[in-house]
Design a protein. Structure first.
Length: 309
């Protein structure tokens, strides 16, 4: 099936220009509040963390300030861990899971690591429940030098200013039914390419970095997440979202080549989570807890295997 024919913006077979992107933007509506659901939770952590603003989105700087949550007393002798959520604004548990980790778990790991949490990168995307930013750009394909997307640029610029070495990066995402109902048809229309629907995995899975998969690290995370929610089985082709399984619950992508968030740094341990909030056997709470289990499972693995912390 060619989803281009079904999409209400643009002409089939013709890539979008500025007019089509504007038309797409004008069709988007605010569906929830970044201030109420995210910003208030960030500021509630002010006594226990250093809260720093590292930018704001150009579409409305007052409404969309970007914040980092940092463990106090940064120590140059500690390794630094990065947690990112909401790179795709519509992937709710990535945002809420990052905030839950900050609230309930981050402090106990701060004796071993400096921890930086960017809980919501795509603020407009969060409010409009969107994968793209206002310019119809996918932030999670835009983590590279001279990026056209302001969300990745703001984070990368901030981290560069800190001059810290990352040992780990956890990028928190979801795979939802709307990937097939909205995103892939929109992508096909925007780029004038065919993007057939994929089988949405029922359950949790991870995406590792092809050049540096860190298989044992991913295994430890999967085992920890299994305590919270179910892991997605492979489809009839032994794949998840069209990619071959590298182990149970894990596929690999060439992160830097694709401009993925998890690929922009040289961190030794990186992973991208994929929670399935539309599963009939997973609750919202389980989805958020699964994101937390990823981080704690990964950090516990690093603590038990890295001698030079």
């Amino acid at each position: 099936m060619n989803e281009q024919q079904a999409y209400p913006v643009g002409v089939t077979g013709k890539p979008w220009g500025s007019q089509e992107k504007l038309e797409w933007f004008q069709q988007q509506t605010i569906k929830r509040s970044y201030n109420d659901e995210v910003l208030k939770k960030i500021h509630a952590l002010n006594n226990d963390f250093d809260i720093e603003q590292y930018g704001a989105l150009a579409i409305d700087e007052a409404r969309y300030p970007l914040f980092i949550i940092k463990t106090k007393n940064f120590d140059v002798n500690k390794k630094t861990v990065l947690v990112t959520g909401g790179v795709h604004g519509y992937e709710t548990s990535g945002v809420q899971g990052a905030l839950l980790f900050a609230k309930e778990q981050a402090q106990q790991y701060s004796q071993y690591f400096n921890i930086i949490i960017a809980p919501c990168l795509s603020l407009w995307g969060y409010e409009t429940i969107n994968r793209w930013n206002p310019n119809a750009i996918d932030p999670n394909r835009s983590f590279y030098e001279n990026s056209p997307a302001e969300e990745p640029v703001a984070l990368m610029t901030y981290l560069k200013s800190l001059n810290v070495e990352l040992i780990a990066h956890f990028d928190l995402h979801e795979t939802t039914d709307s990937d097939n109902s909205e995103f892939r048809p929109a992508l096909a229309a925007r780029d004038a390419e065919v993007h057939d629907n994929w089988n949405i995995p029922d359950g949790f899975y991870l995406v590792g970095n092809t050049p540096n998969p860190q298989d044992e690290f991913q295994t430890a995370i999967i085992k920890n997440v299994e305590k919270v929610t179910h892991i997605a089985p492979a489809d009839e082709n032994g794949q998840l979202i069209g990619a071959k399984l590298s182990q149970f619950g894990v596929i690999n992508y060439p992160a830097r080549e694709l401009g993925l968030c998890m690929g922009f740094s040289d961190a030794k341990f990186v992973t991208t989570t994929e929670v399935y909030p539309d599963s009939p056997i997973a609750t919202t709470e389980q989805c958020d807890l699964a994101q937390v289990a990823v981080i704690t499972g990964g950090l516990d693995y690093i603590l038990s295997h890295e001698v030079n912390l």
